[in-house]
Design a protein around this ligand. Structure first.
Ligand SMILES: CCCCCCCCCC/C=C\CCCCCC(=O)SCCNC(=O)CCNC(=O)[C@H](O)C(C)(C)COP(=O)(O)OP(=O)(O)OC[C@H]1O[C@@H](n2cnc3c(N)ncnc32)[C@H](O)[C@@H]1OP(=O)(O)O
Ligand SMILES: Cc1cc2nc3c(=O)[nH]c(=O)nc-3n(C[C@H](O)[C@H](O)[C@H](O)COP(=O)(O)OP(=O)(O)OC[C@H]3O[C@@H](n4cnc5c(N)ncnc54)[C@H](O)[C@@H]3O)c2cc1C
Length: 609
């Protein structure tokens, strides 16, 4: 499809999905499933996951009563317009202004510079009638920082932009189809007025007289919509990883290469230890991210209930967990999808493998909803704060509770003696805790050598990110272990999940061996025992690998991959796909007479000379 066709077809699908949701009707969870089967980014994502939650989280009761019924029936379509051309990560650096005019009781929205243009919001370019806009609030000449506003963008009769608004699509993005179904947009305001009651005023307010009443709750609640979406992105990482792994595992069982004895059948590539060493940790990650996603959903629900009761104590941890896990799981999944493409050899590069499009549509997850490095630095700040409070009498809780055992974890030596010890959950956990704590404490010690803490933080950014990643990996490993301790139906299933849990943990040790050795969390002998155990686990997973991806229950239609077909009938179907290509409509291609023939003729002429 051309971009225009793709965009229009996504509109068609979105509206059809919305019709089904209402007619059947579907529950919220079922509607989310439908979104997955629709399988294309579109305006519904931003409307439901950001516009509506922003009003719910930041609007007053009156604002919710006015706007939510309209949004819930999709009589208005909204998006989330925060990022600008000049600033995305640095939210405090946004430039759009919302100046209160006491004469008219309105805010005047203005884009003072080119870099202040909104740039990137999905659904903004062509579809949305409304947006939650983030702008600097100015009253009586004073800048109160960034706040949210509900703004109508387009005329409800003919969809034209309202006077004072310039709006459009930012252009083609990475990949052929991929994210191009979405109208990520730009927007500029030229002194555009909105009534005062369209500032989202649950947190802070502007009175009729123009007095600014600051929030008596943490201002970071304004970032609540991002926390909510980051949480869902973690579960989505599992879905995308599982999809790629399903394709690569099934194909690795079909594909044969080398190893024929006396003219017999060749070896299935899944039997090569190198293939297993690349593939099975990704299979394990798909399960691990699913379990940590379930736990994160619980954490998010818990913090939401606490916030409603004005208990803000767990907000910093919820922020650190959602930011860190969003970052870690999306980076691992993007890399994992690309690895799956390579695991499928040359055929993985074909569009019909399903992997190129999956990569193209998935990879922006490393950037949207917070650049992954910027987010890990938020985790690092949280860790540095926690370390600095050790010994102050305030016991670390939740995911940093292990830091409360700092004395032990800083000096303990791993008691792994033989390869099977690596199947002991307590020993594995302690190894990850020791590594994470020692990396965090090492950063804190290095930071303390700087007179200026912020300067020190800047200098140590790379180490801080590594420490944050170590902490996030510990969370994933520990939540996998907790899952195994709970009820899992079927002994066989539990054993398989145990194998995957240890593969997940031990491959991380293998991959980040430098961290584990340099922090003395393990010795080089223990590292080689881990490798030994890993190989043995691969052997145990091998006979069940296909069943473990079948368990994701993805239909062929959803996978969209010739290589990942359930029936394994890959080669005839590759031919079928190839023959469908428009280039094969004719035997002699268009352009032959124009370019190829004259070239060949010229060659023949010079040969004769
Ligand atoms: C094929 C189909 C695929 C299937 C996919 C299915 C769908 C997938 C689901 C996707 C759904 C929708 C699509 C998503 C589209 C993407 C939309 C967007 O991208 S919206 C824009 C997102 N933008 C960002 O994320 C910006 C990132 N930047 C920030 O969040 C902040 O600026 C910052 C955290 C980096 C810095 O904040 P700031 O206040 O400027 O600075 P400090 O560092 O000083 O922080 C102060 C203080 O606040 C705490 N903090 C920060 N953020 C939060 C928060 N969110 N919650 C709670 N607390 C927070 C921070 O820790 C500091 O605390 P102290 O105690 O003072 O240390
Ligand atoms: C597909 C897609 C959809 C999007 N949808 C929306 C939307 O609906 N609404 C919306 O408002 N926005 C949206 N965005 C914007 C997105 O949220 C931002 O692009 C994202 O937050 C990253 O910000 P940035 O582009 O400013 O990156 P930058 O911050 O400019 O990042 C550039 C580089 O600088 C590094 N960097 C930046 N700051 C630091 C630092 N402090 N320390 C160390 N390194 C740093 C980063 O790691 C990165 O390598 C979307 C983006 C994409 C790609």
């Amino acid at each position: 499809m051309t971009r225009k066709e793709l965009f229009k077809n996504t509109l068609r699908k979105s509206v059809h999905a919305w019709k089904l949701i209402n007619e059947l009707p579907l529950s919220d969870d079922e509607s989310l499933m439908l979104r997955h089967f629709m399988d294309q980014p579109g305006f519904l994502d931003l409307h439901w996951r950001m516009f509506v939650p922003a009003i719910k989280g930041q609007g007053t009761e009156e604002q919710k009563q006015k706007w939510l019924p309209l949004a819930n029936k999709m009589q208005i379509i909204g998006c989330y317009a925060q990022t600008e051309l000049g600033h995305g990560s640095n939210v405090q650096g946004l430039e759009t202004t919302a100046t209160f005019d006491p004469q008219t009781d309105q805010f005047i929205l203005h884009s003072p510079t080119q870099t202040s243009s909104k740039w990137w919001p999905g659904g903004l370019g062509k579809v949305s009638t409304h947006a939650v806009i983030y702008a600097r609030l100015i009253t009586d000449g004073k800048d109160h920082g960034v706040h949210g506003f509900i703004v109508q963008l387009r005329n409800m009769d003919d969809h034209s932009p309202l006077p004072g608004i310039t709006i459009g699509d930012i252009g083609v993005k990475f990949g052929n189809g991929a994210y191009n179904s979405m109208d990520n947009g730009f927007l500029m305001f030229d002194k555009f007025c909105i009534p005062r009651d369209q500032m989202l005023m649950r947190l802070s307010k502007v009175t009729r007289e123009g007095k600014y009443v600051p929030s008596d709750v943490p201002r970071q609640l304004m970032y609540g919509t991002m926390v909510s979406v980051r949480q869902t992105i973690v579960s989505n990482a599992s879905i995308a990883m599982a999809r790629a792994v399903c394709i690569a595992t099934r194909y690795s069982a079909v594909r044969r290469q080398f190893g024929s004895q006396n003219g017999g059948i060749e070896t299935q590539v899944i039997d090569y230890k190198t293939q297993q060493n690349r593939l099975f940790p990704l299979l394990a990650s798909a399960y691990a991210f699913r379990f940590v996603g379930e736990w994160l959903k619980w954490l998010y629900t818990d913090v939401t209930q606490r916030l409603e009761a004005s208990d803000f104590a767990t907000l910093p941890e919820a922020h650190a967990c959602t930011a860190g896990l969003k970052s870690m799981t999306t980076s691992a999944t993007s890399d994992g999808i690309e690895e799956c493409r390579k695991l499928c050899g040359g055929h993985g590069y074909l569009w019909c493998s399903g992997l190129p499009e999956l990569f193209a549509v998935y990879v922006p997850a490393c950037t949207y909803e917070g650049d992954n490095v910027v987010l890990q630095l938020q985790v690092a700040r949280f860790l540095m704060k926690t370390v600095s409070q050790l010994g102050s009498g305030k016991a670390p809780a939740g995911t940093t509770a292990y830091m409360g055992r700092a004395k032990h974890l800083l000096q303990c030596r791993s008691s792994i003696r033989k390869a099977e010890d690596w199947l002991n959950p307590a020993m594995v956990l302690e190894t990850f805790e020791a590594r994470a704590l020692r990396m965090a404490v090492s950063c804190a010690n290095n930071l303390s050598k700087f007179e200026n803490q912020e300067q020190g933080f800047s200098e140590l950014l790379a180490d801080l990110v590594e420490a944050a990643i170590a902490h996030c990996q510990l969370i994933v490993v520990s939540k996998f272990i907790v899952k195994l301790e709970g009820e899992i139906k079927g002994k066989g299933v539990k054993n398989q999940l145990k194998n995957l849990c240890y593969i997940y943990a031990l491959h991380l040790i293998h991959k980040h061996l430098g961290d584990f050795l340099s922090t003395n969390s393990i010795t080089s002998e223990q590292a080689s025992l881990a490798n030994h155990q890993l190989r043995s686990l691969y052997t145990q997973v091998r006979p069940n690998a296909v069943a473990l991806v079948d368990a994701f229950d993805y239909t062929d239609h959803y996978l969209g991959s010739v290589l990942g077909r359930y029936d394994g009938n890959v080669y005839p179907k590759l031919f079928e796909e190839a023959l469908k290509d428009p280039l094969n409509d004719t035997v002699v291609p268009d352009g032959y007479h124009e370019y190829i023939r004259p070239l060949i003729k010229q060659h023949l002429r010079s040969a004769r000379l």
